[in-house]
Ligand binder design. Structure first.
Ligand SMILES: Nc1ncnc2c1ncn2[C@@H]1O[C@H](COP(=O)(O)OP(=O)(O)O)[C@@H](O)[C@H]1O
Ligand SMILES: [Mg+2]
Length: 246
């Protein structure tokens, strides 16, 4: 378990510094800076169009900023996108799996693409860690719920042992029970030292699992809070009305 000590912060694994990014006439990111350390969960909240997915796209090397620098485990994704992506497990809002394949087969396939061949026992252990019920594992994922698909994706993130996990609205469409399970799962990756950046609309869920919550508006972080220090969720909800709307 990696403890974060505010007086001696570990080097950030995710490091965004002064990012500005324009799309057409719009300035989507405006001097955005944010750091996430090893074993830290950072929840990024913001209304529709605030620039949350854009921020993830910069980290993944799909969009280059007009100014400022991003680093993922020391790698600038604008310079070396493939190298940056090898450091990252990314959960898009809807996880892309092959519906005709089972959970096991999907994982074996995607891991092979990433150049590794975990045996069935290793895949099972990862699915155990992700909490996917064993009777589901030999069924085609076409019949899975969103929560079950995410567990398969999380199992892959566990197997890849990458330092960075990026999640885009992972709990939208999950019921409260599945959301709580999911947040508990993130806690396990955190305990392994993974730096986790989660984009979300869910202030309550974020308050439950995140070390820090940043509110994105006008392309920059306008406020940052640490739930462990005690936060007034209702006051935040009022201050960021549309931002915090679930
Ligand atoms: N493909 C695109 N082309 C041009 N502008 C875009 C595109 N996608 C998003 N944008 C602009 O970037 C802004 C931020 O989008 P996005 O990062 O997807 O927001 P969020 O994920 O916070 O809802 C949007 O308001 C939109 O104006
Ligand atoms: Mg988005």
């Amino acid at each position: 378990m990696i403890e974060s000590d505010p007086d001696h912060p570990l080097d950030p694994v995710i490091d965004l510094s002064g990012l500005t990014l324009r799309r057409g006439p719009r300035t989507v990111l405006a001097d955005l800076s944010l750091q996430v350390g090893p074993g830290e969960i950072y929840a990024l909240l913001g209304g529709n169009g605030a620039g949350k997915s854009t921020t993830l796209a910069v980290l993944l090397g799909f969009l280059a900023p007009d100014s400022g620098v991003a680093r993922v485990a020391g790698v600038d994704p604008a310079v070396a996108p493939d190298q940056a992506r090898r450091q990252i497990a990314y959960l898009p809002e809807s996880v892309a799996l092959y519906d005709q394949l089972t959970a096991h087969e999907n994982i074996a396939y995607f891991m092979a693409l990433a150049g590794s061949e975990p045996g069935p026992d290793i895949i099972d252990a990862a699915l155990d860690a992700a909490g996917l019920q064993s009777e589901a594992r030999t069924r085609r994922v076409g019949g899975y719920s969103k929560g079950m698909r995410q567990k398969v994706a999380i199992a892959m993130a566990v197997l890849r042992e990458v330092p960075v996990l990026l999640l885009d609205e992972p709990t939208s469409g999950l019921d409260p029970r599945a959301t709580a399970d999911f947040n508990a799962l993130l806690g396990r990756l955190k305990a392994r030292g993974t730096a986790i950046l989660m984009v979300t609309h869910d202030l309550l869920g974020a308050a439950d699992c995140a070390d820090r919550i940043g509110f994105l508006a006008g392309g920059r972080i306008v406020e940052e809070v640490r739930p462990a220090e005690g936060i007034d969720v209702m006051a935040l909800h009022h201050r960021y009305g549309e931002v915090a709307a679930a």
